[in-house]
Design a protein around this ligand. Structure first.
Ligand code: UFG
Length: 321
């Protein structure tokens, strides 16, 4: 039996493939629009194609004995989603529906879905549990929540079960140093700081210093990408042994750090000072987003292996390569 990883050439997908290999046979489906060939693991079977393409999906499900689908493939830039909502609804919802339909047709009934803290919008409490009301404020968050709702409806009537993982801020690189975080264009805080510290960028902008936080900058919950990958495998094994079915989990370390604190730790790890400018807020950024990771710890026995400094050390190692 194999696991189909949609988006296995992307940042989080490629790290999960590395953890799966050796334990499971892996088939990667990726159209390489935002993923990179360099992130592909040669030990996985790679199929270049679109998850909204029924012909490709029929081939994948016919030629391979797929037990479960891990679905990472998506567009994930909040700002872009506001400018191009149809791209997000088409790729993140429309193409996913085609994938789900093909799963049902081919009798594949386990699905692990990459969702996001953006489903919560601007929460009323600083610490977010899975019971915190969802109220996404941009098309990206809405597209992910729509798929969550579709999954819940499907599980009522089909031989189908799912796990939803709502990621907080994924960061860091694989301990091997072979793969790490890279996007084009890069918009994420830690890679941007790394690139500045390496002299590839003139400066790093801090978006807003007037938030109601201790130092005025936004607080986020950063989780190492390998810890994220491990959670997917625990979720899959939990579905196999009947421990979980149709559950939603937050996936964060449960600790918040401000933008200034992140810059401080990056400077400490790199042993040099970053060039920083302070600018206005970025539209749509909530002040504080921190997960309560209690449910996933309790139900799946997940524990994070990396603290913030270790996350940043792994990112620094990768960026130096
Ligand atoms: N930030 C800066 N300067 C930058 C880039 C980011 O100050 O140049 C700040 C942001 O304002 C934010 C923090 O650094 O406070 C982290 O920003 P990122 O862009 O790295 O990540 P986000 O928190 O915006 O995004 C993450 C995921 C999204 C998800 C979102 C949920 O990457 O996919 O959390 O809110 F939608």
């Amino acid at each position: 039996m194999s696991i189909l990883v949609c988006g296995g050439a992307g940042y989080i997908g490629s790290h999960t493939v590395k953890e799966l290999i050796g334990k499971y046979e892996v088939v990667v489906l990726d159209n390489l629009t935002t993923g990179f060939p360099a992130l592909l693991d040669e030990r996985a079977i790679f199929i270049e194609g679109d998850l909204g393409d029924p012909v490709v999906l029929d081939r994948v499900f016919t030629e391979h004995n797929i037990d479960a689908v891990f679905h990472f493939a998506a567009n994930s830039l909040v700002g872009e989603s506001v400018q191009k909502p149809l791209k997000y609804y088409s790729n993140n919802v429309g193409a996913t529906v085609v994938l789900l339909q093909k799963m049902i047709e081919h009798g594949v009934g386990k699905f692990i879905f990459s969702s996001t803290a953006a489903t919560y919008g601007i929460p009323e409490t600083d610490i977010i549990t899975e019971e915190t009301p969802t109220n996404p404020i941009n098309p990206y968050g809405r597209s992910k929540l729509m798929v969550e709702q579709i999954l819940s409806d499907m599980a009522q009537v089909y031989d189908f079960q799912y796990t939803v993982l709502r990621y907080f801020n994924a960061a860091g690189a694989h301990p091997s140093g072979q793969i790490g975080e890279s996007h084009d264009p890069e918009t994420h805080l830690i890679p941007l700081i790394m690139e500045q510290l390496l002299g590839h960028r003139e400066k790093i902008s801090v978006f807003g210093t007037d938030y109601k936080t201790a130092d005025g900058t936004c607080i986020r919950d950063y989780i190492h990408v390998k810890d994220l990958a491990d959670a997917h495998i625990l979720a899959y094994e939990g579905m196999n042994n009947g421990k979980v079915s149709n559950e939603v989990f937050n996936l964060g370390n449960g600790e918040g750090y401000s933008v200034k604190e992140i810059i401080d730790v990056c400077e400490k790890v790199a042993g040099k000072k970053a060039v920083v400018e302070y600018t206005d807020r970025r539209h749509g950024d909530p002040a504080v987003l921190v997960a309560s990771a209690g449910k996933i710890r309790e139900v799946l026995g997940w524990t994070p292996g990396y603290d913030l400094e270790e996350i940043i050390k792994s990112a620094w190692k990768w960026h130096n390569k």
